[in-house]
Design a protein around this ligand. Structure first.
Ligand code: GLV
Ligand code: MN
Ligand code: MN
Length: 398
């Protein structure tokens, strides 16, 4: 069954303009004005496609086509928020493709047997607040409360933080998400499509290194306790450890703040983050253990204080075997042999897996670029991914 590739591209363009930044990319942080405009736009598309829409307590947007047999829902979608200078496809593709797929199924085949839903998940990236998977965690009923900053942002959007628990769903049977790979594995092997086998485990740490702020001109090198020089040695060690453990271990220091951040003062304090990933829980723990231990040793050698705090920790999550098999069959019916691969990026599917069967499809990212304005996928791969998604939803819901 056909989908309209021009409509798919047009909708992706329309979303990408919302939150466009003057220096490139788009930024749609949770509950901000661009986020709200994007949600409204998708809501209009869902309504035009004949879906019944509603927003839940955290602002996840749902579009529903009631099934004739009732029962639990078949859901597709992705997240509507973006990182800063985000690309055109991360999250947006899963929503636009899901909507386009369901719309074409309804047009061609009428009412589904199983209830079909498209969801625009309010937040996954953690790019505004120190929370990620906010939307999918609300759906799985695992948010205890909103911290005051998030609660204030919710109220500004007319959402009541006291009602978060009402966003929980126990009536989803299967969640299927189409996403870009965000790496170069598919492109470099000339593979047009992958079924995700598992999503890597992640730990995010915050390291505070404390030394002593002193005058940059009068303090001899041997009397300094320079927090930034210590942090630099730690960064170097972190990179070396991840490299020496080998693939698929990765470690990234993406944020660093220096105190007092003055040209003529020896840095007294540095706070930086570490994002650690590995497809195997044991591998991820070994990576973390070695990093913690080496950073501590470096701090001792340099007479610095160190505190390492876990911001969040997520185990690797396997996609459901039945959904993996179904996605592979759908790909075959669309004339492609999909490979299987592990996702190095985090996705809502890994959270939703606690409550329903989940599966994911990947299409190639040109040059492996993502989380940047250059993020792109060829139109033929976007169309292929959407066609396979459509076929999968047809197999699940009709
Ligand atoms: C989300 O994009 C993540 O993998 O951190
Ligand atoms: Mn994403
Ligand atoms: Mn992302």
């Amino acid at each position: 069954m056909g989908i309209d590739p021009a409509l798919l591209e047009r909708r992706l363009d329309e979303l990408y303009v919302i939150g466009a930044e003057p220096d490139g990319g788009a930024y749609r942080p949770l509950y901000g004005p661009a986020w709200a405009t994007a949600v409204e736009r998708v809501e209009r598309w869902l309504k035009d496609a004949g879906l019944r829409t509603r927003r839940d307590a955290v602002g996840n947007l749902w579009g529903r086509a009631e099934g004739t047999d009732g029962g639990k829902s078949i859901v597709t979608g992705s997240h509507i928020d973006t990182v800063r200078h985000g690309g055109r496809l991360d999250g947006a593709l899963g929503i636009v493709a899901g909507l386009t797929a369901v719309e074409s199924l309804l047009k061609a085949k009428g009412k589904p047997r199983r209830t079909l839903e498209v969801v625009a998940i309010c937040e996954e990236e953690g790019s505004r607040f120190a929370t990620n998977f906010w939307g999918s965690r609300a759906i799985t009923g695992t948010i205890d409360s909103a911290d005051p900053e998030i609660a204030a942002a919710m109220r500004e959007r007319g959402l009541d933080p006291a009602r978060i628990a009402t966003a929980a769903r126990d009536d989803i049977d299967t969640f299927v998400e189409l996403h870009i790979e965000q790496g170069a594995v598919l492109e470099s092997s000339g593979t047009p499509l992958a079924v995700v086998s598992a999503i890597v485990g992640t730990a995010q740490l915050e390291v505070t290194v404390s030394g002593q702020p002193d005058h940059a001109g009068t303090t001899p090198m041997d009397l300094r306790r320079d927090a930034l020089a210590g942090a630099a040695a730690m960064l170097h060690a972190i990179e070396s450890i991840a490299k020496s453990l080998g693939k698929p271990a990765v470690a990234t220091v993406g944020k660093l703040a220096v105190e007092p951040d003055q040209i003529n003062v020896v840095p007294g304090m540095v706070v930086f983050t570490i994002d650690l990933r590995h497809s195997d829980l044991g591998g991820r723990r070994a990576l973390e253990e070695r990093i913690r231990s080496l950073c501590t040793t470096i701090s001792q050698e340099r007479r610095l204080g160190i505190a390492i705090r876990t911001l969040q920790e997520k185990p690797p999550v396997a996609m459901h075997p039945d959904v993996r098999a179904l996605l592979a069959r759908a790909a075959k019916e669309c004339g492609v042999q999909a490979t299987e691969m592990v996702s190095g990026a985090g996705h809502d599917a890994q959270i939703l897996a606690a409550r329903c069967k989940v599966g994911m499809l990947f299409v190639p990212s040109i040059g492996g670029r993502s989380h940047c304005p250059e993020e792109a996928t060829s139109p033929k791969h976007l169309e292929l991914g959407t066609r396979v998604l459509t076929k999968s939803l047809e197999m699940l819901a009709y």
